[in-house]
Design a protein around this ligand. Sequence first.
Ligand code: AKB
Length: 313
Amino acid sequence: MKKRILIVGACGQIGTELTTELRSRFGSHKVIASDIREGSEELMRSGPFEILDATDYYAMEDLVMRHEITEVYLMAAMLSATAEKFPLKAWNLNMNSLFNVLNLAKEKKIEKIFWPSSIAVFGGTTPKKDTPQRTIMEPSTAYGISKQTGERWCEYYHHKYGVDVRSIRYPGLISYKTLPGGGTTDYAVDIFHKAIKHNRYVSFLSAETTLPMMYMDDAIKATIGIMQAPAGQIKIRSSYNLGAISFSPKDISESIQEHLPEFRMEYKPDFRQAIADSWPQSIDDSEARDDWGWAHEYDLEATTRIMLENLSN
Ligand code: AKB
């Protein structure tokens, strides 16, 4: 059957770049972008777009049937920092949107689903270094609880109803093309904007807070990679650990100073410090590497160079 893709949450940080890449690989008219509101002019002009509330099952079903969708990438979610302010809203959005796509697949209206999980599924009792795929998971944030629950439901729908759902646990993502919103790792994008504009940055995480991170091109490659892999290679149907680089605010500040020696950092940790403190510092992603050939390309040095070059332009 011919492939027709729906991206839900296409105007967000990952959705925007994913839409562009999927359209260039499979053809613009085969990739339907959707979101609760319109996105950048570039995204709106690059192919079909529909307004969609991801929590509305009937609206999603209608869109899927009208466009004869075969695959859904569900990128709509409320991230960790915002979710701490609105825990029930976060639960409703993150869970109801997931149930909508899982049920569409259960009813054979779509064939394949991508759903993003996060390092937020781990908690303060998880081993922090080289966090294994299977380990203690006691998330203490509203966002983490929704992602952990979502993972359990993905696995359940796969085993019980044969739903082809694929997922990865994203670390913090860094891109010059799109801005993140409402996450704890957002500082690692904001810092580049402020470094170029003001030569200084006030970090809401302490100097030594090391977290797993990734350059966006690697994240897009992983997302499309896991969806393109033959079903037999996807042995984990909850969500795969995915690693690339790990750094702290101090590390990234020193990396920026290599290019902008005048750059200065200050540290004023806020409520997001407790969220970051409950997350791993680095990730063991050997199962993703073995099962479907995941490999990252970008280190901190390359990420810093690309970010500064492109944002200066
Ligand atoms: C966040 O900070 O909430 C996200 C994530 C790690 O899932 N970037």
